[in-house]
Write a protein that binds this ligand. Structure first.
Ligand code: GLN
Length: 486
């Protein structure tokens, strides 16, 4: 080995320990080894548990680790592999965000209000993973009810970024992102209402897919904003995202918003669009912009036509998102009243007092802010001015976005305008925090599928993300194109 290589390698080792000591392989490779008898599920689970015990104390990605249970299940699946009955995801080690219900396990949505709550059923997506012989290793930290962009709004404390623990993981699926980033599980199941899969994926240098609204059942997803919420996978490899999506998607009698006719029939044009107002936005970090345009040049060299388009509603994206999601949240979160489940305040004088004290004690600041905002925009005097107006603007945003996608196969952008913030950097200013969602909310307002894939690192060694948004139900096209970008 050249002598100069040694110091260079040591430097890398210091900055990204994980990539040097455990390059994670895709599930297909693990499966090959499992079926050939070269490895066992027990060994694989143990490997992840070892990493959890090494890193989770500091990073705070998992709230509960199902160690014994995961080992027991691994033994059962090893036996099934022996008899040739392995399910499609046999031995895949998965972590689930704390917004997803898992029968007889705690689900708290990162909140004190669900203290002590154990779910009596499993989310459809979780159940389908179990049916395919995936192994659920634990419950992952997140912003309370998915409300946040840094995972600092969790009742269980923030999640730290594995690449640099002075920085946030991104949110709201921060625990899910860091668990994959640090090799504590192969795949995480996150949720995305306004970017909560893609943003932490970008901050942690992994992949995250938000499926089309109507593709994956929301049954068992603790609701934040029901017309925006989606469930999707996060992993190091595109092929793992595809495998998991294939297992969790599809009709479910418990979710009437699922779409049955998802066959798409359209000829790719090899034309890609980016939104001028996004790439010229003053909040965009220069290094991210440069990395993005490097990718644009590479796409052009690969034979794609890349066009710049105007999007006149850039300034309406965040207000529309925050009016509608807070309205839906104020209604969805009304069910947490101390009567049915979770926390109940002590020493209250009557029912009203109990409701008030319970909600005051157990909801965090950000959740309270949003409930109040949502209640205000739904109130009789202001309904038309805010809620109805935002619904109308949502339609305009949808129409304009579809117009762009009628002429281009995909819309590309950076996933976020900056790399992971320092811990505490944005917590005092909610508006600054909301601004971080500028590039991701469009896919939720429109219901379209979108993915974040790694786009290298900035000079501080923090990850940057490249986002691709596709047409409704064209996840296959999205994943194929992502392979090219990668
Ligand atoms: N940061 C956004 C919010 O706080 C997105 C959250 C999400 O996707 N769950 O609403």
């Amino acid at each position: 080995m050249h002598s100069w290589l040694v110091p260079t390698m040591l430097l890398c080792l210091k900055r990204i320990p994980f990539l040097m000591n455990l390059v994670p392989v895709a599930y297909s490779e693990i499966r090959r080894d499992l079926l050939a008898g070269k490895r066992t599920c027990v060994e694989i689970v143990q490997g992840h548990l070892d990493r959890i015990s090494k890193y989770n104390g500091q990073l705070n990605a998992f709230l509960t680790v199902y160690d014994q249970e995961a080992i027991t299940r691994a033994c059962e699946i090893d036996a099934r592999i022996q008899t040739g009955q392995a399910g499609a995801l046999a031995g895949m080690v998965v972590g689930i965000k704390d917004l997803l219900c898992y029968e007889d396990h705690p689900s708290q949505a990162g909140s004190q209000i669900l203290d002590g709550f154990q779910s009596t059923f499993s989310a459809t997506a979780v159940q389908r993973l179990l049916d395919a012989d995936a192994i659920i290793i634990g419950r992952q930290n997140c912003d309370e009810f998915g409300m946040g962009s840094t995972n600092e709004n969790s009742a269980f404390g923030p999640v730290l970024n594995y690449a640099n623990p002075a920085h946030v993981a991104g949110g709201s699926s921060g625990g899910s992102a860091v668990a994959v980033q640090a090799g504590m599980c192969q795949v995480s199941l996150g949720t995305d209402t306004g970017g909560s899969i893609r943003m932490p994926a970008a901050f942690c240098g992994i992949m995250g897919l938000k499926p089309t609204y109507g593709r994956v059942s929301r049954w068992g997803l603790i609701a934040y904003a029901s017309s925006f919420d989606t469930i999707g996978p996060m992993a190091h490899h595109l092929e793992d995202l595809a495998l998991v999506l294939d297992v969790i998607e599809g009709l479910d009698a418990y979710d009437s918003t699922l779409v049955s006719d998802t066959v798409i029939d359209y000829q790719p044009k090899k034309r890609i669009a980016y939104i001028k107002e996004m790439v010229e936005h003053p909040s965009l970090q220069t290094e991210i912009k440069d990395a993005f345009f490097e990718r644009v040049e590479q796409l052009k060299a690969a034979g794609f036509e890349v066009v710049s388009v105007n999007f006149p509603y850039i300034d309406q994206l965040l207000p529309t998102y925050y009016v509608l999601t807070t309205a839906e949240a104020s209604s969805n979160l009304a069910r947490f009243d101390g009567v049915k489940y979770g926390h109940r305040a002590d020493g209250t004088k009557d029912l009203m007092d109990m409701y008030k004290k319970t909600r005051d004690e157990a909801f965090g600041e950000e959740v309270k802010r949003r409930i109040m905002l949502g209640t205000f925009v739904l109130s009789a005097d202001y309904y038309d001015a805010y809620y109805t107006k935002a619904q109308q603007v949502r339609r305009l945003i949808q129409e304009k976005t579809l117009e762009i996608l009628a002429d281009a196969d995909f819309i590309i952008s950076p996933t976020t305008s900056s790399t992971a913030y320092k811990l505490g950097e944005k917590t005092l200013d909610p508006l600054q925090m909301y601004l971080g969602d500028l590039f991701t909310v469009q896919a939720n307002i429109t219901g379209l599928p979108a993915i974040s894939i790694p786009m290298g690192q900035d000079s501080a060694g923090l990850s940057m993300g490249f986002q691709v948004t596709g047409r409704a139900f064209d996840e296959k096209g999205l994943l194929d194109f992502s392979k090219i970008v990668q």
